[in-house]
Design a protein around this ligand. Structure first.
Ligand code: ADP
Ligand code: TPW
Ligand code: MG
Length: 582
């Protein structure tokens, strides 16, 4: 064995020079694999892991609740293609992080939840240890994979397996259970370092089969009314130039799913977002690129797709590019599945197209353009109004301008109306700028996303938050102030969930959907030294946003929105099993 210099830790309680302990091996294994950031919350048994990781040069971002740390890690994974690391204590901390682990798995984001755990011998005999819980068993159903390491010499393998599981194939959330005893185990330093693994090619390319490429191209070639749908898998893949080339060379109109907005600028002439309800039922061949036919696409059938009843097929044929070989046929028949990573599939399609590819029939393109231009003009009229009080549209008209002027800025969005109106009104210009509630339509991702977006991209962050949505992670404004991140939060304050107008019919309590009227969320930001702005007009909102972008200071703008302006459940009213439904 070579003479490897034992690594000397900078922390006070560093191990003896000739030995290396579990804490250090975990840190070294992460660093060896290019992981430089941990999102977490300290406590027994991982407090010293956070301290020593920081002392060793890692960025350790400590949150006020593990759920926010977990959401931060999940979106860091989406943005960087490296697993985002969330670090928590045992049982309750682990459970607080678990929601985000499930979210990562459901959204196909690579993330590793590392939780400290209690003593195995006691946990397994259920003898009542401090924070006793069989965390591995609980994590398994919501994780893509779950591992536990019991011996210091296995830390390298444990981290390597976790990384591979998180980023290879369809990415997802991985749980890594590290019992308290592991951290203190000291082993020979040279042997310890030698046990670490630098993962080679963690997310290997998956090249599609030539016959599958041909099948897809043949189907597209025969289409009279083709459509491309871009999903967040396409955004994740970072194959931006090839995707744009494919869209432009085929000339096919495209629809970006929410987090694929900006993959091509939303103002692109082939973007059919403003004609969504026209193109979905009218299209004859649809190519899905990293998008599942789940509820967000009405399962590929029903009235949205021109079917007669809500379960009826609209007659479309589908090409589906996906890295998961099990995705095709999950909801309707996929005529041309193309299994592989988006980058490899799209470049194979480009190569296969050759020269002389003819654009879709002019009649189809004209029909799409007509619908789109009509809807854009209608929207422009609505946006130009200046009602008192301010409503979603007049406020978002300002946000739309600010995003257009700052296309590099990251954009976070959650809420119901605050989400749906924003998605439709605020154009995105660059890939992976828009991050939002994702596949579950989950509330609470907001502030964790803001932190990770600022930290991983170094760009200013604008967050448009429903007042309810914001509340789920609102305490993290302290985190944002503590790290002095360039985050500007706009709380669309309509006094509640969907609207602020409900009343308790018995007259006893506030209605379940209603909050304190006229709340001043801006004061929350001021409490921690950030900038608070109360905006009752579009002009005040504009000034607040411009100042925030210029100063890069943590800012919260309380945008006072007409409490009658929203609709029940935003755009998904149809999913609401309301007794009174017409
Ligand atoms: P959206 O919500 O935007 O419609 P989904 O989350 O439903 O998107 O779908 C994303 C799909 O992308 C998943 O089925 C996932 O397997 C796939 N995917 C993720 N990464 C890649 C990749 N690198 N190459 C191909 N497919 C991918
Ligand atoms: C973890 C259910 C969907 S949208 C929403 C809730 C509670 C809040 C809507 O109010 P908000 O937006 O944010 O003020 P607006 O503009 O319409 O007034 N718990 C979780 N996730 C979800 N999706 C819910 C509850 C929900
Ligand atoms: Mg609200």
């Amino acid at each position: 064995m070579g003479t490897v210099e034992p690594q000397v830790s900078t922390a006070q309680d560093a191990p003896q020079a000739q030995t290396i302990d579990g804490f250090q091996l975990v840190i070294d294994a992460l660093k060896l694999n290019g992981i430089d950031t941990i999102y977490g919350l300290p406590g027994i048994p991982i407090t010293d892991l956070t301290r020593r990781a920081q002392a060793d040069g890692m960025r350790v971002l400590a949150f006020r609740h593990e759920q926010s740390a977990g959401y931060a890690a999940s979106i860091a994974g989406f943005l960087t293609q490296k697993p985002g690391i969330c670090l928590t204590v045992s049982a309750p901390g682990f459970l607080n992080g678990l929601n985000a682990l499930a979210h990562a798995t459901v959204n196909c984001f690579p993330m590793i939840l590392i939780s400290g755990s209690s003593e195995r011998e006691i946990v397994d005999l259920q003898q009542g240890d401090y924070e006793e819980m069989d965390q591995l068993a609980i994590a398994k159903p919501v994780a893509k994979a779950a591992f536990r390491v019991l011996h210091a010499e296995d830390i390298g393998v444990g981290i390597a397996r976790a990384i591979r599981a998180a980023v290879s194939g369809r990415p997802g959330g991985v749980y890594l259970d590290l019992p308290a005893k592991l951290f203190a185990q000291a082993i020979d330093a040279a042997a310890g370092r030698n046990s670490l693994i630098r993962v080679v090619d963690p997310a290997p390319k998956q090249i599609p089969a030539p016959e599958a490429v041909k099948r897809a191209l043949d189907l597209l070639k025969g289409a009279k009314k083709p459509l491309i749908v871009l999903g967040k898998g396409a955004a994740y893949a970072q194959a931006d130039a090839d995707i744009r080339a494919l869209v432009e060379r085929t000339g096919i109109p495209y629809l970006p799913m929410s987090m694929a907005k900006g993959l091509l600028p939303d103002t692109h002439e082939q973007c059919a977002s403003a004609a969504r309800s026209f193109v979905l039922p009218a299209a004859d061949v649809v190519m899905l690129i990293g998008a599942r036919l789940n509820w967000l696409l009405s399962h590929g059938k029903g009235k949205t797709w021109g079917g007669k009843g809500h379960k009826d097929w609209g007659g479309q044929k589908f090409v589906q590019i996906d890295i998961s070989p099990q995705e095709a046929d999950s909801n309707v028949r996929i005529d041309a599945p193309l299994v592989g990573d988006v980058g490899s599939c799209v470049s194979a399609l480009l190569a296969g197209m050759g020269a002389g590819w003819s654009k879709p029939p002019a009649g189809w393109l004209a029909a799409v353009a007509e619908k789109k231009n009509g809807n854009v003009a209608k929207m422009a009229e609505t946006l130009a109004k200046n009602p008192v009080p301010m409503n979603f549209h007049s406020a978002l008209n300002v946000v739309r301008d600010i995003v257009k002027a700052n296309p590099d800025a990251m954009f976070v969005n959650e809420g119901a109306n605050a989400l749906d109106f924003t998605r439709g009104i605020v154009d995105m210009y660059q890939p992976r700028k828009r991050i939002d509630v994702g596949t579950w339509g989950i509330m609470g991702v907001g502030m964790g996303y803001c932190v990770a977006a600022a930290v991983t991209t170094k760009q200013p962050v604008i967050a448009v938050e429903g007042d309810s949505a914001f509340g789920f992670s609102g305490m993290e404004v302290e985190t944002i102030c503590r790290y002095n991140l360039p985050v500007c939060i706009v709380v669309m304050n309509n006094n509640g969930v969907y609207k602020g107008t409900d009343v308790d019919p018995t007259g006893r309590d506030p209605a379940p959907t209603v909050f304190v009227k006229g709340a001043r969320y801006d004061k929350l930001m001021e409490a921690f030294g950030g900038v608070g702005v109360n905006a009752t007009t579009p002009a005040e909102l504009r000034a607040g946003l411009e100042d925030a972008i210029r100063s890069r200071k943590p800012t919260l703008i309380n945008a006072v929105i007409d409490e009658t302006a929203g609709t029940e459940s935003g755009r998904i009213t149809s999913l609401n099993p309301s007794a009174k439904k017409k």
